[in-house]
Design a protein around this ligand. Sequence first.
Ligand code: FES
Length: 271
Amino acid sequence: MSEVFEFTAENLAQAKDFIGRYPEGRQRSAVMPLLDLAQRQNGGWLPESAVARIAEMLDMAPIRVLEVVTFYSMYKQSPVGKHQINVCTTTPCWLRGSDEVVGACRNALGIGIGETTADGVFTLGEVECLGACVNAPVVQVDDDYYEDVDERSMAHIIDALKRGDRPAAGSQTGRAASAPEGGPLTLTGETAKPAGKKAVKNVDPVEIDKAEATDAEATDAEATDAEAPDAVAPDLETGETEAAEPEVVETEGVPGEDDEAAGDEPRTKKE
Ligand code: FES
């Protein structure tokens, strides 16, 4: 086992603060922030002694702490470079060109995946989904995410880091957050109306409700007109209306023959 690991006074106070955030008996929940704290103190990786110290502080078996360390790619068990470049190569990033991004890193650094440059400045890694697939391909450099990366922008980022600069993180194509390339297409202030109606711009929702209620009333009135019997137009001079001629129902046989014999009037269609 390597030398005994101890937190600095400042980090020990921070570690105790992390532990105190969990209820009595649940202190082991602080294992991840403590590992992160120890790793940052130790130059980016976790010696076995740090794992043992954290296990002791949290009353855990060292193997339980080691299980956490080996599960997450953010924890390193061997020395790493000053800058860690982790390229996501999971499917969405791969489909968007992560192979080319890895190639750009290899060319610029002269190392392969899992290796560190001779000067100890860069370590190149390959990681699973970084949770920012909508801006794929994504590369994590230390604590920053670089998104919408391609060969050219990756080479530019590495050149800047070599000069001691820190290029702006986020989208490398300039898009805002995860908005579509070329700008937002929704929530732009235009409210689309159903087909056949004009688009309205920034209208008070109450006014929209009123307009729709009026439309609905008009539609009901049209439906009522369609169901009503033909209206009888009044005489324009007298103002009287004339009853509509009853519709004669045609019967089989000789028209009126039976009716005449029976002395009946022709039958009319019942309303
Ligand atoms: S697949 Fe690369 S960020 Fe999700």
